[in-house]
Design a protein around this ligand. Structure first.
Ligand SMILES: C[S@@+](CC[C@H](N)C(=O)[O-])C[C@H]1O[C@@H](n2cnc3c(N)ncnc32)[C@H](O)[C@@H]1O
Length: 365
């Protein structure tokens, strides 16, 4: 094994794995229960060797372990195909050996494919699978976790997302973009990454935070451009003051979007990295600020009769940084305490400060 087949997982990369693990453990049961799909497809587009030299599991193991947790239950009758793509032959071989040792007897419902090629070149194989899955509307989850920016053009991501139930989880190493933005050699790659030349405007922005906001905002818009139904959740992993990763998750489902936000909120880190959402929402503080949640609910619904469920699904979508389970306790109860909620008198609610899904309410300013 060459010395760079394995490497140490950095502390700030752990957040990327924690959120992935939490999300995917929720994704498998939700998809099989809600969509009743008989086939699931999981693509790890930059799989790596499956483990790190400092003992952490790599993404292929995180994905497989999550599925195995549910294999005897919800997923008993569901066929799942995992596609692991890795350009480096030694890393892929390491992964194959690791998987065959670690999972000696995988259930027959699981199919593993290992592709030793670049993500971009595997496109034809992927499209065959994804197109086939489009016919039966099978869900897919694609992890796109490259070292650089050369091999993840927007047109490829758009193509994957053509399937109505496709989701992607993309990590960006911001340093690559920031470092190479002024280098002519990188121009075609940045054009590919964003799907246009619009990133060039960042060269006129001298403030580094403003530049980062511009580029992440542009990337979010590019992910939405091919289909306005795409919901995009974005968060950032910082190491101290240094911005290391931007993570983008795309789904057409508010349930998926909600689950991803729940996973992010769950893993408020205590270490030297932190999550920061689009609106500067910092999660590693003792008492999170719920006033933006209240404000967005008031702005969206003030003066009209809506059900508690309508409000929860609005919050679940990518229009807020919060998730459904926070609505009743941190928004509706507060609004009712402030006397800003009228409850439908026809609804016989058993207790104050409870908001059953079907109950209608009207929020004042
Ligand atoms: C950031 S690491 C992936 C880590 C892995 N996803 C995990 O979380 O454990 C990126 C991996 O992509 C591989 N790689 C680099 N360029 C690639 C390409 N164009 N296509 C597929 N794999 C590539 C590298 O060899 C490396 O193992």
């Amino acid at each position: 094994m060459s010395s760079d087949t394995l490497w140490d997982l950095d502390s700030h990369s752990i957040g990327k794995h924690l959120v992935l693990d939490r999300y995917i453990k929720g994704w498998f049961p939700i998809l099989s229960r809600v969509t009743r799909s008989k086939n699931l497809l999981v693509i790890d587009g930059f799989s790596g060797p499956g483990e790190y030299s400092n003992g952490y599991s790599g993404s292929p193991v995180i994905l497989l372990d999550a599925l195995l947790e549910h294999c005897d239950g919800y997923l008993k009758d569901v066929n799942t195909t995992f596609v692991f793509i890795e350009k480096d032959e030694a890393r892929l071989t390491h992964l194959q050996e690791l998987v065959s040792k670690k999972y000696e007897m995988l259930p027959t419902s699981i199919t593993l494919k290992f592709i030793n090629s670049s993500f971009k070149e595997s496109i034809k194989d992927l499209f065959l699978i994804i197109k086939h899955r489009q016919k039966d509307q099978s869900p897919s989850f694609t992890l796109i976790d490259p070292f650089g920016i050369k091999d993840t053009p927007m047109h490829l991501i758009d193509a994957i997302l053509q399937n109505d139930k496709a989701e992607v989880y993309i990590s960006w190493m911001y340093e690559f973009i920031n470092r190479f933005k002024g280098t002519s050699e990188f121009k075609p790659h940045l054009n590919g990454l964003f799907g246009s030349e619009a990133w060039i405007d960042c060269l006129d922005i001298s403030d580094k935070n403003e530049r980062r906001e511009f580029l992440t905002g542009l990337y979010k818009n590019s992910l939405k451009k091919s289909n306005p139904e795409h919901q995009v959740v974005h968060f950032e992993l910082m190491k101290g003051k240094r911005h290391v990763y931007s993570i983008f998750f795309v789904s057409k489902s508010s349930a998926g979007t909600n689950l991803m936000k729940e996973a992010i909120w769950k893993h408020v880190p205590e270490g030297d990295f932190r999550y920061q959402g689009d609106i500067g929402l910092e999660l590693n503080i003792a008492v999170p600020d719920y006033s933006p949640l209240i404000d967005s609910i008031v702005n969206e619904f003030k003066g009209r009769w809506v059900t508690s469920k309508d409000i929860q699904w609005f919050v679940a979508s990518d229009k807020t940084q919060y998730h459904k389970a926070q609505v009743k306790k941190y928004a509706l109860k507060v609004l009712e305490e402030q006397g800003r909620i009228k409850v439908d008198p026809a609804y016989n609610r058993s207790r104050r400060y409870t908001y059953p899904d079907a109950m209608r309410l009207n929020i004042t300013h």
